[in-house]
Design a protein around this ligand. Structure first.
Ligand SMILES: Cc1ncc(COP(=O)(O)O)c(C=O)c1O
Length: 432
C-alpha cells in the first residue's frame, strides 16, 4: 500500500513552510539582476587572512580540543571572553549566565522549545523578523503583533492589550499559561523596519514586563553596526541597572535577582555568518534549561568555530573588524539614501526612515500600491527586494518592501534603486 508521506508528519512539521525569502532568493540568481533581497553581510568584510592564520595556529597547537565534542554550554575560555565582551557593552553576566549557540537562529528555536506550547501567545513587533516568526510558528504559537512607529514598539498599545488579557488570565500557573510567554523584540535597527527603539520605550517595555511578570527576548544582531546617533543600552542592561536601584520587582512569580530579559547575540553580522556562532545571556536557571534543550538538538556548538572566534577576540581583532564594517556600511547606507532621494518620485504616501544602523531600508509605498504584486515585474526589470508583507505574522503590509544595502556594490545600489524607482513611477501612472 502506498501512503502519502505527508500523513506521517508531525503537526509541527506540517506547520512548517519554506521561508518566502529563501524562495524569492532563488529567483535572484538571474544574470544581471541586482538583489536587495537577502540580508547578507558584504564578503569584503570577511577577514579571511586573519582567520587563515588563526586556523593554522589552532591546528598546530590545539587539535585535540578543536576537533573534539565540547561542553553544551560552550568552551569555558570562550565564554569568559564573551562575558567580558558584553560587560563592555553594559551587560554584566557571569559565565553561568551565558551559553554559546549555533548562531541566533538556533537561539530563537531554543526559545520556542523551552517556552512555547501549542496555542501559547508570543508578543512580536509588527513587522518582525521572519526567521523568528517561522521558528516560533513551528511550535504552534499564536502571535500578538504590536505595531511600531519611529520610536519602536508602541508600548501604550502593548500595555492596553496586556491589561485586557490579564482580566481573564486567572492566577497562579494558569496566569503564566494564559499570558504571552514572552515579548520578542529587536530594538536596534530592527529587521525588517530599520527602526531603533528609543530609550524611553526600552524603559517602558521593561516596566511592562515587570508589571505583568513577562519575559523579554531581546535579539540584537545589528547592535554593533551603528552609523549615527548615540549607542542605546540593551534592555538587558537597563534591567540590571533598575535592579540595582530598586528593592524589588512588581511581579509575583519572579523574585529579584532573577533576570527576565534574555539576550540573543550573534557573530553573523560582525564576523561571518558561515562560522555559525552566537550566544545567549540569561538567568542561570534559564541557561540550564536551554542546555537541556540544546543537548537534544546538536549536543554542542562546533568547537572549531568557537576556538577561531575566541582567538579572534583574544587578539583584539573583533573591535577592529566592527569598526571597518561600520565604515563600509555607513557609506553604503549613504549611497542608498542618496539614490532614493535622487530617483524615487515624490508622491504622497511614498517614504522611508533612514536607519541609524543595521543593513536595511524599509520602504512604504502609497496605500494603493502592492509590493507583492509588483515583485514579478521588478524581477523582469532586474531588481529584487523582499516583499514587506512577509514580515507581518498575521497579514498586512502589502505596500511595504525591505531593501538590503550591505551586499551590493555602490554602483549596483544606484542602478538598482533607479530601476526600482522606474517601476514605482510606472505603477504611479497606473493608479493615477
Ligand atoms: C533579527 C535577526 N535575528 C536572528 C537572525 C539569525 O542570524 P544568525 O542565525 O545568522 O545568527 C537574523 C539574521 O538575519 C536576524 O536578522
Amino acid at each position: 500500500m502506498h501512503t502519502d508521506i505527508k500523513h506521517h508528519y508531525s503537526i509541527s512539521a506540517r506547520r512548517m513552510s519554506r521561508s518566502i525569502i529563501r524562495e524569492l532568493l532563488k529567483l535572484t540568481n538571474k544574470p544581471g539582476l541586482i538583489s536587495f533581497a537577502g540580508g547578507l553581510p558584504n564578503p569584503e568584510t570577511f577577514p579571511h587572512e586573519e582567520l587563515k592564520e588563526i586556523c593554522d595556529g589552532i591546528f598546530e597547537n590545539e587539535p585535540q580540543v578543536t576537533l573534539q565534542y565540547s561542553a553544551t554550554e560552550g568552551l569555558s575560555s570562550f565564554r569568559d571572553l564573551l562575558v567580558e565582551f558584553v560587560a563592555e557593552h553594559g551587560l554584566r553576566v557571569s559565565r553561568e549566565e551565558l551559553i554559546v549557540t549555533t548562531a541566533s537562529q538556533q537561539s530563537l528555536d531554543l526559545m520556542g522549545k523551552i517556552f512555547i506550547d501549542r496555542g501559547d501567545t508570543v508578543v512580536v513587533e509588527n513587522p518582525s523578523y521572519l526567521g523568528a516568526v517561522s521558528a516560533f510558528r513551528s511550535y504552534g504559537v499564536r502571535f500578538l503583533p504590536i505595531d511600531m512607529d519611529e520610536q519602536g514598539l508602541k508600548t501604550d498599545l502593548l500595555h492596553r492589550q496586556l491589561r485586557e488579557l490579564k482580566k481573564d488570565a486567572g492566577s497562579g500557573i494558569e496566569y503564566y499559561q494564559n499570558m504571552p510567554k514572552f515579548i520578542y523584540t529587536i530594538p536596534d535597527f530592527q529587521n525588517p523596519s530599520g527602526v531603533t527603539m528609543s530609550l524611553q520605550r526600552r524603559k517602558e517595555l521593561l516596566h511592562i514586563a515587570e508589571e505583568f511578570d513577562l519575559i523579554i527576548v531581546e535579539d540584537v544582531p545589528y547592535k554593533w553596526l551603528r552609523y549615527s546617533g548615540e549607542d542605546l543600552p540593551l534592555i538587558g542592561a537597563l534591567e540590571a541597572r533598575s535592579r540595582a536601584v530598586s528593592t524589588g520587582l512588581a511581579g509575583t512569580g519572579f523574585a529579584p535577582p532573577t533576570r527576565r530579559v534574555i539576550n540573543l547575540f550573534t557573530f553573523s553580522k560582525i564576523l561571518s555568518p558561515g562560522i555559525r556562532l552566537g550566544w545567549i545571556c540569561a538567568d542561570s536557571v534559564v541557561i540550564d534549561k536551554i542546555v537541556q534543550a540544546k543537548q537534544a538538538t546538536d549536543l554542542c556548538t562546533s568547537a572549531l568555530s568557537q576556538k577561531i572566534a575566541e582567538e579572534f577576540l583574544r587578539r583584539g581583532l573583533l573591535e577592529k573588524r566592527i569598526e571597518a564594517n561600520i565604515n563600509l556600511y555607513r557609506r553604503k547606507l549613504q549611497c542608498m539614501r542618496e539614490a532614493l532621494e535622487e530617483f524615487m518620485p515624490r508622491i504622497h504616501g511614498l517614504g522611508w526612515v533612514v536607519p541609524r544602523g543595521g543593513i536595511f531600508f524599509w520602504i512604504t509605498l502609497p496605500e494603493q500600491m502592492d509590493a507583492d504584486e509588483m515583485f514579478k515585474e521588478a524581477i523582469e526589470r532586474n531588481v529584487a527586494y523582499v516583499v514587506g508583507s512577509a514580515f507581518y505574522p498575521t497579514g498586512g503590509g502589502h505596500n511595504t518592501m525591505r531593501l538590503n544595502f550591505s551586499y551590493s556594490s555602490n554602483e549596483e545600489i544606484r542602478e538598482g534603486i533607479k530601476r526600482l524607482a522606474g517601476l514605482v513611477r510606472s505603477r504611479q501612472r497606473g493608479v493615477a
